[in-house]
Design a protein around this ligand. Structure first.
Ligand SMILES: NC(=O)c1ccc[n+]([C@@H]2O[C@H](COP(=O)([O-])OP(=O)(O)OC[C@H]3O[C@@H](n4cnc5c(N)ncnc54)[C@H](OP(=O)(O)O)[C@@H]3O)[C@@H](O)[C@H]2O)c1
Length: 248
């Protein structure tokens, strides 16, 4: 009864892998979604359910989550949390120079999948009389526009407004879920490697990311995950639907 259920997207690498590792360390049952399974040792008492799937196929992923949740007994859990962590940067450069499939993928994985997974989670757990939380991993770039990253900025701004709207809906429900769209800081992951490796002619902001790295300003995935989980555990989680770990 004291175990928590956590569902984490993008659990195979970067922030999502570190979140999954730390949730397992505290004994959670973790459903881990990505195209590859996380390479982790599962400590005694914890449980890892790796779901290898493509979040660009969001309706199928949401249907699978809805079906699985409908088969669970809420009496088994102390709390249930959905962490929509997976995100994608399309090839940095002006929108007009982008590849349509690449741009579409960024929106499918970065906005459509979190929206549909959140809908499935809220619907399937609506009658669960236990704390339910949804975390959307956003970015400062959802709030401050950056040239060369329009699809990413649009997805993250979409997550922020999704959280605001769902927070209003859930506030009126019995056992309503709490939701936050949280910027996690700047983290030393493959996403930063991709930004530093971008073509400077198409992405002048590249120098900022090179500078973050050179100045040692990136959090390790483990440090960032610890900050995100501390935020999730706050008693006032959901009080502000849009937040930044750096302001906490
Ligand atoms: N890194 C930063 O500095 C930073 C800053 C602000 C916000 N964020 C946000 O933090 C979150 C995590 O970022 P990160 O830096 O850890 O990213 P990352 O290292 O690039 O990892 C992305 C994760 O998303 C998964 N993913 C990507 N496409 C997928 C698909 N089609 N289907 C299923 N899973 C997919 C990847 O798994 P597979 O490849 O195995 O599928 C991987 O686990 C993202 O939402 C990002 O926008 C990051």
């Amino acid at each position: 009864m004291s175990r928590q259920l956590s569902i984490v997207t993008g659990a195979s690498r970067g922030l999502g892998l570190a979140l999954t590792e730390q949730l397992l360390a505290r004994g959670d049952r973790v459903v881990a979604l990505a195209r590859r399974a996380p390479d982790l040792v599962v400590p005694p008492g914890a449980e890892l359910l790796p779901w290898t799937l493509d979040l660009a196929q969001a309706p199928a992923a949401a249907a699978r989550l809805a079906q699985w949740l409908s088969e669970q007994d809420p009496a088994s859990w102390a709390a249930a949390t959905l962490i929509n962590n997976a995100g994608v940067v399309s090839t940095p450069g002006p929108l007009a120079a982008g590849d349509d499939a690449d741009l579409s993928n960024a929106l499918r994985v970065g906005l459509e999948a979190p929206l549909l997974l959140t809908a499935a989670f809220l619907r399937a757990t609506a009658a669960w009389a236990l704390p339910r939380k949804v975390l959307l991993v956003s970015s400062g770039l959802g709030r401050r526009a950056m040239a060369g990253s329009a699809s990413y900025c649009a997805a993250k701004a979409g997550l922020d407004h999704l959280a605001r709207a769902v927070a209003l809906e859930e506030a009126g429900r019995p056992h309503g879920a709490r939701i936050v769209s949280l910027a996690p800081g700047v983290i030393d992951t493959d996403m930063q490697v991709q930004l530093r490796a971008a073509d400077p002619a198409r992405f002048p902001e590249r120098e900022r990311f090179v500078g973050f790295h050179a100045a040692g300003q990136l959090d390790s995935p483990a440090a960032a995950a610890a900050k995100v989980l501390r935020y999730l555990d706050r008693a006032d989680f959901g009080g502000q639907p849009v937040a930044d770990v750096r302001d906490a």
